[in-house]
Design a protein around this ligand. Structure first.
Ligand code: ADP
Ligand code: MG
Length: 369
């Protein structure tokens, strides 16, 4: 299938081409026709499957037929980076539509956001907390919203946002289209979906991308040996960019410092950074000024960096889901990637569960250099 067959408004084709998209991904192929019918939708697919365009394209298509100058669509996302990415994708895909969007999140001044509201945007892409602030101050009017998207609903639940989201929903008309996207379907999200979706269509993409394009390599090493092993691993020439995961913010920062001292260009992304520090770390890594980024799961959530050659689990993830999510950052689309996992004896049970989910054993390599 190609994008033309989706019968999107012709003005969107320029944006699709500008993004370099040639064929819709499976979730796009399934979600776009359904969403274009105006139906509510639940989209289940893991990270990296192209969910953003799966909702942005039908959103833009439908907004082209609506009056300008009022907020007609609201997208809610769990993190600032994700809100920013969605806003950027709207800008690219909608470049010839004249539709305007604003990203709204905390940690930055409200001024720019207020200015955009006053200028009259059609799309608001927001993190829950700051949006509820604006609503409390009557700075934004959501009473004309026709389309609502909740992206990464499972992460919003993990981060404790569901009560805030329920409050936000009180400011929206009941009569609207709602699209809900999630990588997993815990009971709380199922319940939320039952409350806010009307006769939804479900589109689901099987979870299989990681095994297909990612090599999963296991190093058995206890905690004290990890730093030396990592330094050895980082000598490998084929590592063009590595995202390293640690359990704590503190470890993320200290490991990045250690790696910098060892002569690598490394940065860290963790919850203690200011917004401008986060932006600098992210763009530095994306643009290749840093080869290594050390991050915690929370800090790295939803971030789309497509050219990561290696994901390194310096500390074990605490669930199979988290492993799949972390390693889904490499081997995206056509390129292949490698995931290194540094695991000690006590990590044995988690390794077994991950291998079961992968449907194959990890490649075991000796850790002594
Ligand atoms: P998700 O939200 O499911 O994690 P994204 O929407 O962030 O996925 O997309 C993941 C990556 O795939 C992005 O780099 C995006 O630009 C790219 N992508 C999305 N749709 C397509 C497509 N149809 N063809 C090629 N690349 C695509
Ligand atoms: Mg996404």
């Amino acid at each position: 299938m190609n994008f033309e067959e989706l019968n999107l408004h012709p003005t969107l084709q320029a944006g699709i081409t500008a993004c370099g998209y040639q064929t819709p991904t499976p979730i796009q192929e399934q979600a776009i026709p359904t969403a274009l019918l105006g139906r509510d939708l639940m989209g289940l697919a893991q990270t990296g499957t192209g969910k953003t365009a799966a909702f942005v394209l039908p959103l833009l298509h439908q907004l082209l037929a609506l009056p300008r100058g009022k907020v007609q669509a609201l997208v809610v996302a769990p993190t600032r980076e994700l809100a920013e990415q969605i806003h950027i994708e709207i800008g690219k895909l909608g470049k010839n539509t004249g539709l305007r969007s604003v990203s709204v999140y905390g940690g930055v001044s409200k001024q720019g956001q207020l200015k955009a509201f006053r200028a009259g945007v059609e799309i608001v892409v927001a993190c829950p907390g700051r949006l509820l602030d604006h609503l409390g101050e009557r700075a934004v009017n959501l009473s004309q919203v026709k389309h609502l998207v909740l992206d990464e609903a499972d992460h919003m639940f993990d981060m404790g946002f569901l009560p805030t989201i329920r409050k936000i929903l009180q400011h929206l008309p009941k009569q609207r289209q709602t699209l809900l996207f999630s990588a997993t379907m815990p009971a709380e999200i199922r319940r939320l979906a039952g409350e806010i979706l009307t006769d939804p269509a479900t589109v689901q993409v099987a979870r299989q991308a990681p095994t297909a394009t990612v090599a999963h390599v296991l190093y058995q090493v206890e905690q004290p040996g990890k730093a030396a092993l990592l330094r050895d691993l980082m000598q490998q020439a084929e590592i063009s960019s590595a995202l390293i995961f640690t359990r704590t913010k503190h470890k993320a920062r200290s490991l990045a410092t250690q790696l910098s001292k060892a002569g690598h260009s490394a940065t860290s992304l963790q919850g203690n950074l200011s917004q401008s520090q986060r932006t600098r770390a992210m763009s530095g890594f994306k643009e290749g000024r840093f080869k290594i980024m050390v991050a915690t799961d929370i800090a790295a959530r939803g971030i789309d960096i497509s050219a990561i050659s290696h994901v390194i689990n310096y500390d074990m993830p605490d669930s199979v889901e988290a492993y799949i999510h972390r390693t889904g950052r490499t081997g995206r689309a056509a390129s292949s990637g490698t995931a290194f996992t540094l695991a000690g004896r006590e990590d044995g049970p988690m390794i077994s569960r991950i291998e079961k989910s992968l449907g194959q054993p990890m490649l075991r390599k000796p850790s002594a250099g």
